[in-house]
Design a binder for this molecule. Structure first.
Ligand code: ACM
Length: 537
């Protein structure tokens, strides 16, 4: 019997005898509570099949009994499946039909992603293929994830990607059962989050005069303005789009460093009495927020607006790479340090982060920060640390009883090269191969069981200095995202050769979706020499 290939690999998949087919008489039987998942399934299966797959009430006559030979799809919310955890599911394809069951809508959403992978890759097409047969092998699948935080980070600040690009990205990560989209909404080079209270953040702060051309070390510029920002309704739509696919958006407002775009819009937020431009260079700007009451009010107001748009528990406040040069010579910063009795600038940042943590906790949310937030004194209660500078920060935080997301540069920074091949398109530096990603274990060696449970999971990062186009994002994301997805869903320690064998089949799905992934055999011919600026120097 042919082997059904599902990526990430399910916990258990038993191939049983026979196969069934969907046809135009097939319906989706769903209780009212599962109707949103029926809508998702229809969105996934109707375009290529051309079948309406209408809703039917449980107990109503099925499509197969009315006419045709197609089976029905039944969705069931079953509290007994709690044993599979909050995102697990059971999927049975048999003579009696197709059944998806879970204790949660999240589990049913995950089941939908498995179901579509049981059908021919052409199911991923956008146009109907009249006359095609849509068969599924009979199987019994029981599946649940190894980690609860299975993330994808996208930097929409260095290069802006419009909402339709982000929703496609959500589709692609959801296909791989990744459940967090970490949106890096602000940085020195652009502010993408709309604020009613501070409209200049997007009016001024979302556009820079030009971008660096080729590698930053070449010091060249393209002379072309770049910018863009989301509207509130676009962000609300993205939140809903993600929620329908078990993807929660974690918004990041990077504070107090990486804020030159904000200071360009509102110079009083800075430490100098001068007007700055939205930064046109890549790197880490020296210009950071001041620590006045007004600047903290600004942060709380922005975060308040963020909470209105993003309902998820976690809100990321950055905290990374905040140079202290301005604070060390600023009279108000020195006065703040003295007034609070702090040891220096690092503790000043710790105090600043604590204010943000208090605000978020007071609003029922949890602060997430890059691992630099460990450096300024005690972490805010309930903080979650993203360990990016290796694993040390994550290990320390987990041992201290804080939750962590492990996303060290090696191998989680997907803005790094995918091989040493000189034909790889231009990247920032480094090398994280598919094999490196697949070999990753988010729980660092030596972390005892008492602390290991604080490792929520992992995510990949796509910083976009060198990713000006959506196709560049896809090239760097895939297929490494499939490898990380299998680590965080199926668990670490998988067999690379087996993964690559299955991945070759899975890539046919990405082909139909038109994903510009990096081929397993080497850099994409389309990328080679496509644009001089995209080539590795
Ligand atoms: C980071 O890469 N600055 C988190």
């Amino acid at each position: 019997m042919d082997e059904p290939i599902v990526v990430p690999r399910p916990t258990s998949l038993e191939r049983t005898a026979g196969s069934v087919a969907l046809d135009r008489s097939s319906v989706i039987v769903a209780p009212v509570a599962a109707r949103p998942v029926a809508a998702l399934l229809r969105a996934l299966l109707s375009p290529a099949t051309g079948y309406a797959l209408p809703d039917a009430q449980p107990g109503a006559p099925g499509g197969a009994e009315r006419d045709g030979v197609g089976v029905d799809i039944a969705l069931e919310v079953d509290p007994a499946l709690d044993r599979l955890g909050p995102e697990g599911y059971r999927l049975v394809v048999g003579d009696a039909g197709i059944g998806l069951s879970s204790s949660s809508l999240a589990g049913l959403q995950n089941a939908c992603q498995t179901l579509r992978q049981l059908v021919d890759p052409s199911i991923f097409g956008r146009a109907p293929r009249p006359g095609a047969a849509w068969t599924l092998p009979c199987v019994v699948v029981e599946d649940s994830p190894a980690f609860t935080w299975r993330g994808a980070h996208l930097d929409v600040a260095r290069h802006f990607f419009p909402a339709h690009v982000v929703s496609r990205f959500i589709d692609l990560i959801a296909l791989h059962k990744l459940n967090v989209l970490h949106l890096h909404l602000t940085d020195d080079q652009g502010w993408r989050f709309p604020s009613a209270a501070y409209p200049l953040l997007t009016e001024i702060g979302s556009w820079r005069a030009e971008s660096m051309l080729g590698h930053a070390r070449a010091g060249q510029f393209d002379g072309t303005p770049h910018g863009g920002a989301y509207t509130r309704s676009e962000l609300a739509d993205l939140v809903a789009y993600g929620a329908a696919r078990n993807v929660t958006i974690v918004p990041e407002i990077d504070l107090p460093g990486h804020t030159q775009a904000a200071i360009a819009a509102y110079p009083s937020l800075g430490n100098l009495d001068e007007t700055l431009e939205v930064w046109t260079r890549w790197g880490v700007s020296e210009h950071v927020l001041n620590t006045s009451d007004a600047a903290l009010d600004f942060c709380r107001t922005i975060l308040g607006e963020v909470l209105d748009v993003f309902p998820g528990t976690y809100v990321h406040v950055g905290g990374d790479e905040c140079p202290k040069t301005e604070w060390s010579t600023s009279a108000p910063a020195r006065a703040r340090i003295a007034e609070l009795g702090l040891a220096g600038e690092d503790e000043l940042q710790g105090w600043f982060t604590a204010q943000l943590g208090e605000f978020l906790a007071g609003n029922g949310r949890r602060l997430v920060g890059w691992d630099e937030i460990l450096e300024g004194g005690p972490l805010p209660v309930g903080a979650t640390v993203m360990s990016w500078r290796g694993t040390r920060g994550g290990v320390a935080a987990a041992r201290a009883g804080f939750d962590v997301v492990m996303c060290p540069e090696a191998p989680c920074y997907f803005d790094h090269y995918q091989s040493d091949d000189p034909e790889e398109p231009l990247a920032i530096h480094g090398r994280n191969t598919l094999a490196d990603v697949y070999a990753y274990d988010p729980v660092p060696d030596g972390l005892g069981a008492d602390a290991a449970h604080h490792v929520l999971g992992s995510q990949f990062e796509l910083w976009s200095e060198y990713l000006p186009r959506p196709e560049d994002v896809e090239y760097m994301a895939f297929p490494r995202a499939a490898a990380l997805a299998e680590v965080v869903w199926s668990g670490p320690g998988g067999d690379l050769a087996d993964f690559e064998r299955r991945l070759a089949v899975h890539l046919a799905r990405l082909d139909v979706l038109g994903v510009n992934y990096r081929p397993l055999a080497g850099p994409h011919p389309w990328q080679r020499g496509g644009r001089g600026a995209r080539r590795r120097p």
